[in-house]
Design a protein around this ligand. Structure first.
Ligand code: C5P
Length: 265
C-alpha cells in the first residue's frame, strides 16, 4: 500500500466529494493520499463515488464494514473488487467463516475480473467506543485483549490487516509482526476529540507502527483541506525521514515513541 493518508469523504453528495478531491490533488507526493468512501457517501451516490475518486487518480478504501452472513459478505466483496477498490473492510466480530469468505472472494474476484486484489481489513473495535459502551454490549473483559483476539482471528482466516485505534497499534504490531497491515482512524492533528474517544496525532500513530491513517473532519471540515492534508503528510514524512514514499518495514520496526497515545480514558 503506497497510500499513507486516507481522507474520509463523509459528505452528502457526489459533487461535494468530487470538489474535495479536486482540492486535494497535489497535496502530497503521488499516490500517498487515497479516498476513503464510507456508508454516507456510498449510500447517497453508490459505485459512482468510487468511479469519481478513481477518475481523479485516487485509490479507494471502501469502508462499508461488512457484517452479514458469509455468502452475502462474499458477494459484496466480489462487487467491491469488480469496481476497483484498493482496500475494503469487514467487521471481525462477524466471525471466522465470514472473514474467510471475504478474503477468498477478494482473491477469486480479482482473478475473474483481472484486477488487483483489494487489501482486506478486519474492523476490531470502533474508535468511537469507550470501555463503558463496550461493557454495555457485553465486552466486559480487557478491551485490548478483545482487540487482539479479533485481529489474530482475522489473520488466521486470511485477512491482510486490521483497522485499529491509536491505543492498540503498538500491541497489534508487536503481536502480529511487520507484514500485518494496520490502518488507524481517530486521528487529530492537535489533541482534541469530538465523537472520537480514542485519538492520536498523525505522528504518534505512525511512530506506534500504523501503516496508514484515516482522517476525516480535520481535513474535510476546515477552510483549506489541501493545506491540512499537506501538513499531515509532512508530519508523516518527518517520522519516516525525507523519502517521499516511506518503506513500510521501517515504520513497522516500531522505534520507541516519545509521544505515544496515552492510556484509554
Ligand atoms: O472525521 P473523522 O476523522 O473522525 O473520521 C474518521 C473516519 O474513520 C470516519 O469515516 C469513520 O467512519 C472511520 N472509522 C472510525 N473508526 C473505525 C473505523 C473507521 O472512525 N474503527
Amino acid at each position: 500500500m503506497r497510500e499513507r493518508l486516507w481522507v474520509a469523504l463523509d459528505v452528502e453528495t457526489l459533487k461535494e466529494a468530487d470538489g474535495l478531491l479536486e482540492r486535494l490533488v497535489g497535496a502530497g507526493p503521488a499516490e500517498t493520499i487515497g479516498a476513503k468512501i464510507g456508508s454516507q457517501l456510498f449510500t447517497a451516490a453508490g459505485p459512482a463515488a468510487v468511479e469519481t475518486a478513481l477518475k481523479r487518480g485516487f485509490a479507494v478504501f471502501l469502508d462499508l464494514k461488512y457484517h452479514d452472513i458469509p455468502n452475502t459478505v462474499a458477494g459484496a466483496v466480489r462487487e467491491a473488487t469488480r469496481i476497483g477498490v484498493a482496500m475494503l473492510n469487514v467487521h471481525a466480530a462477524g466471525g471466522g467463516a465470514m472473514m474467510r469468505a471475504a478474503a477468498e472472494a477478494a482473491t477469486k474476484a480479482a482473478k475473474d475480473f483481472g484486477v488487483a486484489r483489494p487489501i482486506c481489513l478486519g474492523v476490531t473495535v470502533l474508535t468511537s467506543l469507550d470501555r463503558q459502551e463496550l461493557q454495555e454490549v457485553g465486552v466486559t473483559g480487557n478491551v485490548e485483549a478483545h482487540v487482539l483476539r479479533l485481529a489474530e482471528r482475522a489473520r488466521e482466516v486470511g485477512l491482510d490487516g486490521c483497522v485499529a485505534s491509536p491505543q492498540e497499534i503498538r500491541l497489534l504490531r508487536r503481536a502480529l509482526g511487520p507484514r500485518w497491515t494496520i490502518v488507524t482512524p481517530g486521528i487529530r492533528p492537535a489533541e482534541r476529540s469530538d465523537d472520537q474517544k480514542r485519538v492520536a496525532t498523525p505522528a504518534a500513530a505512525i511512530r506506534a507502527g500504523a501503516d496508514a491513517i484515516v482522517v476525516g473532519r480535520p481535513i474535510t471540515a476546515v477552510p483549506d483541506p489541501k493545506a491540512a492534508a499537506a501538513a499531515i503528510l509532512s508530519e508523516i514524512a518527518n517520522v519516516w525521514g525525507p523519502e517521499t514514499a516511506p518503506q513500510p518495514d521501517r515504520a513497522k520496526g516500531a522505534t520507541p515513541p516519545s509521544d505515544t497515545p496515552g492510556p484509554r480514558s
